[in-house]
Write a protein that binds this ligand. Structure first.
Ligand code: G3P
Ligand code: MG
Length: 247
């Protein structure tokens, strides 16, 4: 069918798995989200040198693991040997960088709606979009709720659409561009995800009026979350699960 399945857009979404309460983009983070009652989570996904979809925010591994160098140059076997938790505290030492397969299994078992941010290593935009979309379609094939793909990379979104048109997509921007509606339609996206700092009540209303979903990141103060939700923003993505009530 040509219709795009919806995504539930839980009001509160845990940024990078469990926000700043656990190492980002690890299963320890997702478990933290569950502990706080979150039913939505975002994570960053890229490709290893041998084309495995795995979780990592940066292009290099040093900030969030005990390894060194560009992630794009490392095989999944090499990445899997790194400690991606110890930098956040001794309690998390030995926590691995999960594959998208690992995270899909957890989210499906726990009924967590997942926003997969396609975060390509430089030069790998097209492959990452296509392979993440294909993996998402395969892993969630029997699931009642699909994952949501989002990206700052229009090239990755186009490749995702071409590979698997039916997995829903969102266009990720810092500042909402003047031609947001044209962009959303051209990319076949159901939603706009933007930095909350550049959004106004008027712009939020126009985006909703045009029939798109709207998510804001990274919202860490309850008063900001309340204001945005009152403007009609569907979801806020947060690092502070301890401050923003799930639900
Ligand atoms: O998807 C929202 C947010 O994750 C985008 O920024 O840098 O945290 O991936 P970043
Ligand atoms: Mg992200």
């Amino acid at each position: 069918s040509g219709s795009t399945p919806a995504w539930p857009y839980p009001r509160f979404i845990a940024h990078r798995g469990g926000g700043v309460l656990a190492p980002e983009n690890t299963l320890a983070g997702f478990r933290e989200g569950r502990r706080y009652g979150y039913c939505g989570a975002e994570c960053d996904v890229k490709l290893s040198a041998d084309d495995v979809c795995f979780l990592l925010h940066d292009d290099t591994v040093e900030r969030t693991s005990n390894g060194h160098g560009a992630a794009a140059a490392m095989s999944m076997a090499q990445l899997a040997r790194l400690d991606a938790g110890g930098w956040k505290g001794a309690a998390f030492a030995g926590e691995p960088m999960p594959t998208l397969d690992n995270v899909a299994a957890y989210c499906l078992a726990q009924d967590i709606a997942l926003n997969i941010e396609i975060k390509p290593c430089p030069g790998r935009e097209k492959d990452t979009g296509a392979l993440v979309a294909a993996a998402a379609a395969r892993l969630w094939a029997a699931a009642p709720v699909p994952p949501l793909l989002s990206s700052f990379s229009a090239e990755a979104l186009r490749a995702a659409r071409e590979a698997v048109p039916h997995v829903p997509r969102a266009w990720l921007v810092e500042q909402v561009p003047a031609d947001w509606e044209t962009g959303l339609r051209e990319l076949g996206c159901i939603a706009l995800h933007c930095d909350y700092l550049g959004l106004s009540a008027e712009l939020a209303a126009a985006i909703k009026q045009a029939g798109f979903q709207l998510l804001c990141y990274t919202v860490n103060r309850p008063a900001d979350a309340e204001r945005l939700l009152a403007w009609g923003v569907d979801s806020v993505c947060t690092d502070r699960l301890d401050l923003l009530a799930a639900g």
